[in-house]
Design a protein around this ligand. Structure first.
Ligand SMILES: Cc1cc2nc3c(=O)[nH]c(=O)nc-3n(C[C@H](O)[C@H](O)[C@H](O)COP(=O)(O)OP(=O)(O)OC[C@H]3O[C@@H](n4cnc5c(N)ncnc54)[C@H](O)[C@@H]3O)c2cc1C
Length: 277
């Protein structure tokens, strides 16, 4: 296997598009495990972690642009990013993992339990994908198509994650549960984003992870939240709607019954925090 370090996006795209089966690598915290287990054998790995254009968080006229090679540790520490995304980043692994792992790697790995996925879906983030033949923008909600499956085409690179100003103006919160507090993959996670106006929820976006093949938006629960007063919010009917929308399975991390039970608790906590209660 050949390993090339790209200095620019153009160089990375030329390398990725030049040989079938080539894969980008950023922090390598997911890919190294896949390679060590013999589950993939790409002929070429293109290291994109050091490309300046893919790193950091910038304010733009369209809100905030996050470079996919920004580390999870950096995302966790940014006061200008929505709370649910920072909280999701803080929930990932250990300090060592967070210093290497990137937000783009978390997104493109597309594990249903990835801790930045439900926040990015709740925030209605847009992913800019580039290849040698041009760029396209895909809403986070349409990017994930199955466990570890995305709409990324061969030779395509995630080059930017965008969050619109309206979403930055809302309030949000994230919760996860795992078998212990640190270095653990979520059994369930939940992100809530609310737009509040005079104490009334004008719009709500709710997404949960690890209870369906992809991070799942709970549209029926959202509909019940819209127009409600945040003060004294009765969350029980919302949780009942959420329960009807999820489709958890049992696996090595948790049973489906447990996942159902804790989804309600996580959503309740995230909702109350986002509503400022
Ligand atoms: C011990 C341990 C604990 C962990 N704990 C958690 C946890 O609590 N929560 C959690 O969500 N995850 C966890 N992870 C998984 C992993 O750390 C994260 O998913 C991380 O964000 C992956 O980022 P990376 O840069 O290391 O990705 P990489 O391993 O470099 O890449 C992952 C995938 O994304 C692709 N990719 C990377 N960048 C791009 C790009 N710009 N464009 C297109 N494709 C790209 C790669 O080809 C690969 O398929 C853990 C991993 C380990 C080893």
């Amino acid at each position: 296997m050949e390993y090339r370090v790209a200095a620019t996006v153009e160089e990375a795209l030329a390398l990725l598009g030049g040989r079938d089966g080539s894969r980008p690598v950023a922090g390598g915290t997911d890919l190294a495990v896949v390679l060590a287990d013999g589950l993939a054998a790409p002929p070429l790995l293109v290291d994109v972690a050091g490309i300046p254009a893919l790193r950091g968080v910038r304010r733009t006229a369209d809100g905030i642009a996050i470079g996919p090679a920004t580390t999870i540790a950096e995302i966790a520490a940014r006061p200008d990013l929505p709370a649910c995304l920072c909280q999701g980043a803080r929930a990932i692994g250990s300090p060592q993992i967070r210093n290497l792992a990137t937000v783009g790697g978390n997104v493109c790995n597309a594990s249903p339990c990835g801790d930045t996925l439900s926040p990015l879906v709740a925030l209605d983030a847009a992913f800019v994908l580039a290849s040698r033949s041009g760029t396209r923008t895909v809403p986070a909600e349409q990017f994930f198509v199955g466990p570890k499956k995305t709409v990324l085409r061969p030779g395509e690179l995630l080059v930017e994650i965008r969050i619109a100003p309206a979403r930055l103006a809302g309030r949000s919160a994230f919760r996860m549960i795992g078998k212990r507090n640190g270095q653990v993959i979520s059994q369930v996670n939940a992100a809530v984003w609310l737009a509040l106006e005079g104490g009334v929820i004008r719009e709500a976006r709710v997404a949960v992870g690890s209870v369906a093949p992809v991070p799942l938006r709970l549209k029926a629960a959202e509909a019940l939240l819209a127009g409600r007063s945040a003060r004294g919010l009765d969350v029980e009917p919302v949780l009942a709607r959420a329960d009807a929308e999820i489709a958890p399975i049992s696996d090595v991390r948790a049973s489906l019954e447990y996942r159902r039970l804790v989804t309600g608790s996580l959503l309740r906590d995230a909702l109350l925090e986002a509503a400022g209660i």
